[in-house]
Design a protein around this ligand. Sequence first.
Ligand code: PLP
Length: 369
Amino acid sequence: MAKPISFARGAPSLDIVDVDGLRAAADKAFESDPGGMTAYGTAIGYPPLREWIAERHQVAPEQVVVTNGSLQADAFLFDALVESGDSVIVERPTYDRTLLSLRNRGADVRMVELEPDGIDVSALERVLAAGARPKLAHIIPNFQNPAGYTLSAAKRERLLELARTHEFTIFEDDPYVALRFEGSPLPTMLSMDSGDTVVYASSFSKTVCPGIRVGYLVGPAELIARVVKIATQTYISPSMVSQGIVNQFCLSGALERSIEFVRNALRERADTLCEALERELPEARFVKPLGGYFLWVDLPRGTDVGALFEAAAERGVQYVKGSDFVLDGGDSSMRLAYSGVTPEEIEEGVKRLAAAYHQLAGVADEDAA
Ligand SMILES: Cc1ncc(COP(=O)(O)O)c(C=O)c1O
């Protein structure tokens, strides 16, 4: 059996995690604040890190809650805002765990098509004009999971206008924002909003490491207070040890160095993946990502991505089927994550994937003949 190569997991390979920097940050954290690190703490998170995040986003600390990963923040937010039967807008395709979390809460999930420059705002307008009254629109603005697409500045404006007019909250889920390969960063909708329209989430999973489990929410103080109450009732407090380490990692400048390193590695991986696909699998259609972890690939209509999944697995290659990120359809699409594989593994993985595809396509052609 060939060595497994996984394009499935949205996680970094070990070589792009700054383990030495984390050890140094842990030493510093235990040395400088042993009491704060070892106590329960409170559900707002480790106060110095909360302040650091507040400063970054130019908001008051009362507008920030730091959680065990941003997925936990999402869950608290949904607990605070979404009741069974509530309508929630999401992108199509979207992050599978968000879909699951919303569906588990009985939300009426409405998917609106995602375009290479972000959610189709005209389609959203039509959904609203037809009478939809969403509580929330979940938007992943930068290097979207799973598509890798980025929401344009103009669409950010339009979304904010729609949210104000139709009185729904925008949930800006932004864990990949720091991982831009080229061009200037776009303003967050949080920073563009003059009122209480946006709740913002981000994470240190993609810039420090996922195992540290530190993420956060920024939003109106009253809503954050409600989230803090839910958090207290759930777990008293998140991990002070993790947050203390992240705090030192940020203060020492290790964060900026790590981001630079990760960005360069990801840029090389994305380039390698796109070039390998163009060469080995010219049938694949994709939009080259400007940052982040993911590439969305459309194969010719009629491709059985399920059968390809099996054939690729036999060759030791994994990916996630497009259908996992939508409520229906997505049958000829797949998500390839390049975060956890080296350029050499990418070259080899694409060769195997292409061989699996061409073998199946050959069988299909013979069947049709
Ligand atoms: C869009 C999106 N939101 C949230 C998360 C969860 O991040 P965390 O590791 O901070 O829980 C991910 C992780 O892949 C993600 O892609």
